[in-house]
Structures are given as C-alpha cells and as structure tokens.
Ligand binder design. Structure first.
Ligand code: MV4
Length: 502
C-alpha cells in the first residue's frame, strides 16, 4: 500500500479522501489555492502545499504544479477526486510518466470513454444495449435523415466530445434536421474543438439510473446496487438514492452485468460509473461512463457497507479486490441531498459568504460529507457545494423521513442554501411514491423551486443562534447563564453552556 499520496482537489471530496487515508495509515499531501489557505482539507491533511492564485486554471487545474508538488513531497500517487483534473486523460498519462500512480483508470481508458461516440461504438460491439441510433457519427442532413427513417422522430443529436448535456439538440420535425445538424456540430466545434456528432432516438422522460463498478488489475470486475439520479436541474443532480424505487433484483442483475460488460469492453480499472437511461417500460440503455469517483458515491457505501475510496486505493496500489459479487447487495435505503450555497428564490444563483453560524445534523443514520466549518468563507471561484447530506434507513420512506428530520436540524447562517428546495421535494407525493423522471422538476414542480419558510420559529431560532454565537465569541454566554438571564429557546437548549454531563 502507498505510504503517502497527494489529493489534487478541495472541499468535501478532498476531506473524504483524507479520511480514508487516515484510517489506512496513509500520509496525505493537500494542495490549495490562496483563497483556500484556511480550508478544511488543508487543516486535516498531514501536509499542505500552496498551488497559486484562486482561479482553477492557476491552482487545482494546474497539472504540472501538482505533479511537481507530489514529487517534491514524496507522494507516490495522486487522487484526483471529481471535477478538476479527474477525467483529463493527459493528466492521468502525465502522472504515470512522472513515475507516480494516478488513482483512477489508465489515461487511454479515460480518453476512449470521454469520446461519447467511441464509447457508444465500443458498447454496441460488446452487446451492451444502447439507445437506437447511429453506430458511428453523422456528417450531414442526408445521413441524419437516413437514421430518422429507421428510428423515427423525435431524435437527439449529440456531440462526440459532449456529455453532461452539453451540445445536444432535440429534433421534433424533419424541417429542423438541417439546422440542428449544423448547429450541434458548430457548437461542439467551438465548445470542445471537436465538431463530431451522432444521433439517437430521443427518449421521453427517461430515468437516469447508474451502476457503480469497481475493477482491479487482476481481472476482477464488480457491480454495485444502482443509484437513481433522476432528480436533476439543468443536468445537475440534486437528489440521489439507492436502491432505485423501480429496480427489482432481476433488473439489478441485468443492469449490473451490462455495466460489467461495459467495463470489460473498455479495459476498465478502478472505480467508475456506467450511466443508463431507463424508459417507462423499464428498458435500459447505455448512456456514458464516468471515469471518476462520483459525488453521490456515499449512498452506495451506505447500502453496501463498503468504503469505495479505500477500494480505489487498494486497486491503485496493485492489490486484489476480495469481494464476492453475490454478497454485494443493497441493505435498506439511502438518499443524498446536495446542499449548495445557492438561492432557490433567485434561480439558484450562487450565494456565497462567511458561514456565520453552521450546525450540521446528526443522529442515527445521518452522514454529512462537508468541506466547510463555521467561520469559513465559501469562495466564489469553485463549485458552491456546502455539503452532502446522506441518510440511511431500513426502507425508502424511513430514509426520506429521516432526511426531512436532518434537513430541519441543519442551521446555516451566512449564505442561502438549497435546504428549502430539498424539503419541498421530499414532501411531494410523486417523489414519495418514487414516481420520478429527469423531467420531474419541470413537470411535477412546474419549475417551483422553493417553499416559504418552514416556520417563523425556525427563522427566529436561526437569528437567536447567530446572536448566541457572537456572544459565545465574546465570552458572554456563560456569564449570562450563570446569572440566570438566558431565555429558554431551542437554540440555547441545543448548546447549553456549562451543562453537567450525565
Ligand atoms: C438523452 C435523453 C433522451 N434520449 N438521450 C442529458 C445529459 C447527457 N449525458 C445525456 N442526456 C440525455 N440524453 C436520449 N437518447 C435525455 C437526456 C437528458 C437527461 C439525461 C440524464 C439526466 C438528466 C437529463 C435531463 C435532460 C435530458
């Protein structure tokens, strides 16, 4: 196993990786930008190195600087987390060429799967079900019309270099074909420097269901219980859950085996995720492979009891995965809410600031993966994720109820957050029945994104909490408590100064 690794990331995912390393006795090197000097990942790592100014290009995206730091500090491997350099094939290759280990798949595999057209072709050739459409690319309107004749309208034109919803065009009628082909291609050319496009049948209101895979260098391939990620807003996942309310054991096995076939076809190593679209008749179709540890990996950990980051480290150091496929089954139900520093009342505009007061929920079945602490200022330069709130319970309804309880416990003063949005979804009847699709927010909520404040008491409690917090800093609370002047309210009850331990 590695003695020391570098974590090429920030925020909650850097913290997540540091925690796994700490438990395994691996030393950690954090990297940070000037604005992240006081960040949680810097505080928790064994060592930390400044990369440069706040903009990502000069810090967390500077592969050269990061490799340099790893060599100087004697780190043997680099964990890229998600985002930033995690799916950059050149970085993965540069790391390997520097004599270090990239904790992820080989650069060549990232490259193959990053080309959505090549990935699709690979899956067709190995019998993984794909959405009906072109086998390779399309060059013009004539070719597009040929496929439309076979699969019918509507169709979706996608960019080979796309993914995550970038560079897509829906075509509903024949007279839109020419402009969609030209538009998609030129958009892809300017966005990715690669104008190649392909065509697929457009599935109406599909579900997004994905399968975690894990592969070692000894030919062992495993699939994990599915994650249902249909609740999305503008291609950004908002709530994820495992297992999916519509997947039974038979379908789970079929999707899992398709995901393993996809892994084998691409020479996959380490952790990855195979995304599928699922139609109303529960047919599933390969969409793309994400060649990284994903944001929502904790829900898989909660239902399987396995630590995916530790497994990544075992695989990357050449170890064997000693898992038994038949034993990897979901137990209970887990949900994740992504808590963002965004304002649901202002179209989810980032709402960053200093966390004047910050109290995370806890108790049974609650996990909070966060990269912040009270007093920390969320920078404007990066993804404004505050934390991931994850609950586990014996069944889906209990996991939802537990999530509502945890969301109600959360106290954040200093920025807006998406907590109110989550509460609204979790109480909504279609969601509670599991009747969801990638169009849920638009179709069911009608684009509504927030609910009026839960109760005046909550607002009052938050305001009092902030005051108490400031008083704590001033050392006044204890004095007041001793003098018996404190008014009883739920905030002071939650953090009673000088309470006797039982
Ligand atoms: C589709 C689709 C319907 N039919 N492909 C969006 C992100 C990109 N990775 C693929 N996406 C989609 N591809 C076909 N043939 C609908 C979507 C889609 C979607 C997919 C997953 C999660 C959310 C989505 C939201 C809108 C559209």
């Amino acid at each position: 196993m590695f003695k020391k690794i570098l974590i090429a990331n920030r925020g909650e995912i850097a913290v997540r990786v540091i925690r796994a390393c700490r438990e395994m006795g691996i030393k950690t090197v954090a990297v940070y930008s000037e604005i992240d000097r006081g960040a949680l990942h810097v505080r928790l790592a064994d060592e930390a190195c400044l990369l440069g100014p706040p903009p990502s290009n000069e810090s967390y995206l500077s592969g050269e600087k990061i490799i340099d730091v790893a060599k100087k500090r004697g780190a043997e491997a680099i964990h890229p987390g998600y985002g930033f350099l995690s799916e950059n094939p050149k970085f993965a290759k540069d790391v390997a060429n520097a004599g270090l280990t990239f904790i992820g798949p080989p650069g060549e595999v990232i490259e193959l799967l990053g080309d959505k057209m090549a990935a699709r072709k690979t899956m067709i050739n190995s019998g993984v079900p794909v959405v009906p459409g072109s086998e390779g690319g399309i060059e013009n309107q004539t070719q597009a019309m040929k496929y439309i004749g076979e699969i019918g309208l509507p169709v979706l034109i996608k960019a080979a270099a796309g993914g995550g919803g970038k560079g897509m065009r829906i075509v509903n009628s024949e007279d839109e074909v020419a402009s969609a082909v030209r538009g998609a291609s030129s958009e892809a050319q300017s966005a990715f420097g690669d104008g190649r496009i392909y065509i697929e049948k457009y599935l109406a209101k599909p579900r997004h269901i994905e399968i975690q895979i894990l592969c070692d260098t000894h030919g062992n391939y495993y699939y994990f219980p599915e994650r249902e990620c249909s609740i999305q807003r503008r291609h950004q996942k908002v709530i994820e859950e495992s297992p999916s309310p519509i997947v039974d054991e038979t379908m789970r096995k079929k999707m899992g085996e398709a995901a393993v076939a996809a892994a084998k076809a691409s020479g996959y190593v380490n952790a990855g995720t195979v995304e599928f679209l699922v139609d109303k008749d529960k047919n599933f179709y390969f969409l793309e492979v994400n060649t990284r540890l994903q944001v929502e990996h904790p829900i898989t950990e909660m239902v399987t009891g396995l630590d995916l980051v530790k497994k990544q480290l075992i695989v990357a150091s050449g170890g064997k995965l000693d898992l038994v496929q038949e034993e990897i089954k979901p137990r209970g139900s887990s949900i994740e809410c992504r808590i963002y520093a965004e304002d649901p009342k202002s179209n989810f505009m980032p709402s960053v600031g200093k966390l004047e007061l910050y109290r995370e929920p806890g108790g049974p079945g609650v996990r909070v993966d966060s990269g912040v602490y009270e007093g920390f200022s969320i920078p404007i330069y990066y993804d404004p994720l505050i934390s991931k709130l994850i609950t586990w319970a014996e069944d889906r309804t209990s996991a939802i109820d537990r999530m509502l309880r945890a969301l109600n416990e959360y106290r954040i003063v200093g920025c807006e957050s998406t907590i109110s949005f989550h509460k609204m979804v979790l109480k909504e009847e279609h969601f509670r029945k599991g009747d969801i699709s990638t169009h849920y927010i638009q179709d069911v909520l009608g684009g509504a994104t927030y609910e009026e404040s839960s109760s005046p008491e909550d607002d009052f409690a938050a305001a009092v909490a902030l005051t108490v917090n400031r008083m704590e800093e001033d050392g006044k609370v204890r004095a007041q408590a001793v003098a018996g002047k404190q008014k009883v309210n739920k905030w002071k009850m939650a953090f009673p100064p000088g309470m006797n331990r039982l």
